[in-house]
Ligand binder design. Sequence first.
Ligand SMILES: *[C@@H]1O[C@H](CO)[C@@H](O)[C@H](O)[C@H]1NC(C)=O
Ligand SMILES: *[C@@H]1O[C@H](CO)[C@@H](O)[C@H](O)[C@H]1NC(C)=O
Ligand SMILES: *[C@@H]1O[C@H](CO)[C@@H](O)[C@H](O)[C@H]1NC(C)=O
Length: 604
Amino acid sequence: MSPLSCLLICSIFLHDALASIHLQNPRGSGNRLDEPNRERRNRRRLFDSQANDRQGYNVGNLYYYQGSKLQVEWTNQHSCGGDNANCEIILQYMCSNNVRDGAILTTIPDVPSRCENGNCDTDIKFGMHEDFESYKRCRLRSRNFGLFVGDIRMNRDGRARFTRQNTRGLRYGYECPEERDYYPYWHPTPWRDIAVLTNDVSRCDYYKAQSENVKGRGYCYIPLELLVAQDRRIRIPNNKADCDKFSFPANDPNGVKGVWKVAPSHGIAAPICQENQYSRDNHNGNGINGQTNTFNWTLPNIEEDNCIFRIRYNVTSNDFNGWETTSEQNADPLKRVDGAKVPLYKNLGFDSRCDASERGFLLKNDPEVKIFDGLDIGLKLAVDIRQAGRTFEDRSFRFEVRPRPAGIPADANIYNVNVRGKRGNIVQTYPSTEYDFVPADLHATPDDYTHLQWTGSNTNNNGNAGQGLRGTDRHNYVLLHEQIYPEGSGYTGPGVKVGHFGVNYPMNLTGTSLPLDMLEKLAYLKPAQLGGEMSELDDAGPYFDAGLMKAPGPGTYHYMCSRNNAFTNRDQKGRFIIHPTSPPAKRNLNSELEELLQILTSKS
Ligand SMILES: *[C@@H]1O[C@H](CO)[C@@H](O)[C@H](O)[C@H]1NC(C)=O
Ligand SMILES: *[C@@H]1O[C@H](CO)[C@@H](O)[C@H](O)[C@H]1NC(C)=O
Ligand SMILES: *[C@@H]1O[C@H](CO)[C@@H](O)[C@H](O)[C@H]1NC(C)=O
């Protein structure tokens, strides 16, 4: 291998300290609550996103109907579905009656006496996703010593809160650091899998078979009261053999014993697994067709009151096989300077590790490599084993999944139409986005239902650009005027064409045959607000639910938000493309008669 191509391969390692994934719809919290500052105040409130503090939307809650379709949208910064990195995107949700966003910015305590009534699970001032017991077990559980940690000196404590990416064992809400970093995880979790999007679909069978949706997980049961009382005096074993031997106090025949149990699977279908969509490096933006990368999620039926959606983004370097690397390849603790024992030398074309080492080609922190024979000038690479495989994360706010209203058949399509983005211009909102409808182009039929609903905040940064009352998000839906300037038809849909793209004035509705009550409801956010100052929707609340509606008939309906559509600054437009319902297949009486005759003649 030529030295130059080696350099190119090595450069895949160059990572920013902070890359990220950002959930745009449903809005990702990034640990934010209701903060007026551009920087979030507490990055450790609920989960470890590993993103810059500008991340996240302010709190806002939605509900979705069972079986309705939700277009999930995200942006990721490093690269995915391309050649520069291996990548997995993992979509999950969890539900429980206690899941909540919280009312204050402080991270939930992990000591029950610091919570109301000595119970953190029910102290609603603190935001909570995973519960107290889940974190307590993680904090006291032995970590998986089979994991690859490279040349990192791991904390001697050796529990599951210490990982290659979280070497200090920092606590982020009640999230378990080891569970966060690894998937599929070997211990029971509250997370139900929706989908795994991967570069390598040959691994899909594995994901589907191992998902906790379909496969239970063993764990060592020790009563929670004992864990709380004894805390770090207890080390929960992470395997059956050690669990069977566990006793507290140790070796005491009358001590509390560990019991190896198998938690059942979640008992739902295996996740969808498919190839992920392309996104380029160094770009928190759209995918290949200029549209945000998406996943269409069909909402499940859920018993619990509240749910959270989670998206993780796992980037793995191509320099060695991250999936087959284990603690066997960790650096020798006495010779950490030699780096991890992965066969990097082979991958890079050296005869031996020794040869590679002489030239600096080691898997360790910031190695200095010599790429020319006999030329003694090293080039320092920005390698960090904590980042050679790295997971980022974002989560939604609490949402509900509700049964369909009476009279809406279980098999009728329901499409959620929401608004993403927050108040501000493109620079002020980054890495979130400016306002947009999601989906901006909705394809449906007159038999399908749409569920128009949005949530926003009254406490965005007061300095952020926008129309109406400072700091607030508001939206409505107003049909656009017909085409005026004769360029581009803008019309691709079936049926009548209503309004046009590119114009910024609403349609004249006098004398229209369109359903005026529906249009009025959507323009003035009825019945959310019937009076007050509504020219810029200021007196409407930061939430609107139009309920279920059907389109008046086939056609393409172009609409905008009258408040936020500021042409050269921000554009908030969308369209409903309503296709005719396909007519039921015509019966062919002749051929039916012929078949009947054949049956009759064959019987006689
Ligand atoms: C990320 O990829 C690594 C391999 O590089 C794997 O060990 C780990 O389980 C993955 N984590 C997640 C959350 O997908
Ligand atoms: C989501 O569904 C829409 C149709 O409703 C389709 O046009 C789009 O391609 C789907 N997206 C993905 C990523 O499958
Ligand atoms: C609005 O439509 C009505 C009925 O078609 C028409 O009489 C009126 O002139 C239109 N106004 C404008 C400004 O186009």
